[in-house]
Design a protein around this ligand. Structure first.
Ligand code: PLP
Length: 401
């Protein structure tokens, strides 16, 4: 009998009850704007920032409207101006090159390796030239973290500022250090499919008072920045307040209210994701033709999704795998399609960027299959998903030979 999976790959868990209570409270008093506080009240947004900075071990934190907005704000804060080239990953999601384009920058894509991380040899080559870009927007795409020690050695030596896109690595670590603590600034997303869910939302952290003062004013603080609990001292704002534009993108108290209890549970959630990831990984070991992504020992990953490679497979066979898994209820995304579809897209879909072809990355991208593992799936669900993929990949591989 052929098994069929009946779970929903886009169904996240409900908002925790204490988050719902806090949200109802905000709705009842009506003070949703982050700077609209009663006498003696501290807003949920300011508290969220304080708690997030503490959780990440950063000096400062800012909550804002989306992950993409947080990235664009970081790019502005570090001084990217129209016409500047910005290094970034060839394998990432559309809001990353989009954030670069939003500040008038030009993405310079760095190749992706079979580990699905940025190719550090290519990065080293791209910062060796005479007109090296000044900024690297490093995307830890789908939770895969490169050798951060080597990356920082390369960028420090070249004088390149690193902004980390941690949309998929909230709670993850490299060699014990939390993801987002290597670069000058790091951006997180609290959009529904990430590690905390407020529908839309973003967080930005930094230890640099000047960068964070600029980011807070950019986000639309007006001259109310003293109401931030995780912001730099007043003198940092004095240095930048007249020359930093307001580009409104604040978070509101409703979203902050539902995020605070979720962040308090982040470690448990991360463990639950990894348990699911490891069941799928175990179930897909030693499938002929299927390449697993081996994770380095130094990588303390948090995986809310799963990727594997069908490296050098014919396009029609990959399509057959996706279609037959789909028929059996296992929804997978393929990064190799010529046309962008759904949430997936690849560097050559972003034609506003002037990009040479990247054959090494093309080979990897053509092989990537991707599935979400929401926490509404049980470990048994994950085992069943792996059995179905194993069965389909095995039989398509057999037929193809
Ligand atoms: C989701 C995502 C973002 C942006 O997040 P939004 O909150 O949707 O703007 C950035 N980078 C990556 C890799 C993402 O997956």
């Amino acid at each position: 009998m052929t098994e069929r999976f009946t779970g929903n790959f886009t169904q996240q868990e409900p908002i925790p009850d204490d988050g719902i209570e806090a949200a109802l409270d905000v709705l009842r008093h009506g003070r949703l704007h982050r700077y609209n506080v009663a006498e003696g009240e501290t807003s949920h947004t300011a508290l969220l920032e304080q708690e997030f900075a503490a959780a990440m071990g950063s000096k400062y934190a800012l909550a804002c409207a989306s992950g993409g907005y947080a990235i664009a704000t970081a790019l502005r804060a570090v001084g990217v101006t129209p016409g500047d080239r910005v290094l970034t990953n060839a394998f990432t999601l559309a809001p990353v090159p989009g954030a670069i384009a939003s500040v008038g920058g030009a993405p310079v894509f760095v190749e992706v390796t079979k580990a699905l991380t940025i190719d550090l040899d290519d990065l080293a080559a791209k910062v060796a030239g005479p007109d090296t870009p000044k900024v690297l927007l490093l995307s830890h795409m789908r939770g895969h973290i490169c050798d951060m020690d080597r990356l920082m050695a390369i960028t420090d030596a070249a004088g390149v500022t690193v902004i980390e896109d941690c949309a998929h690595t909230m709670g993850a670590r490299w060699n014990g250090t939390l993801s987002g603590r290597h670069g000058a600034m790091a951006a997180y997303s609290t959009q529904t499919y990430k590690h905390a869910n407020s529908g839309e939302g973003g967080l930005l952290i930094s230890d640099d008072p000047d960068l964070m003062a600029r980011a807070i004013i950019l986000s639309g603080s007006y001259m109310l920045y003293e109401r931030h609990l995780a912001g730099p001292p007043a003198e940092a704002f004095e240095r930048v307040k007249y020359v930093t534009p307001n580009i409104s993108g604040r978070m509101d108290n409703l979203r902050a209210a539902i995020l605070r209890p979720q962040l308090a549970r982040l470690a448990d959630q991360c463990a639950a994701w990894n348990a699911r990831y490891q069941v799928v990984e175990q179930g897909l070991r030693e499938v002929p033709g299927l390449t697993l992504i081996e994770r380095p020992e130094k990588e303390g990953y948090v995986m809310s999704s799963f990727q594997f490679l069908l490296l050098d497979w014919a396009e029609e066979d990959v399509r057959a795998v996706v279609a037959r898994c789909g028929d059996r209820g296992v929804e997978m995304k393929w990064f190799g399609g010529a046309e962008p579809s759904g949430f997936t897209s690849r560097y050559d879909s972003w034609r506003y960027a002037d990009t040479p072809s990247m054959p090494k990355s093309d080979r990897v991208l053509r092989g990537i299959l991707d599935l979400r593992l929401p926490l509404t799936f049980s470990l048994d669900d994950c085992a069943q998903i792996a059995r179905i993929i194993r069965d389909v990949v095995g039989s398509v591989f057999q037929q193809a030979r």
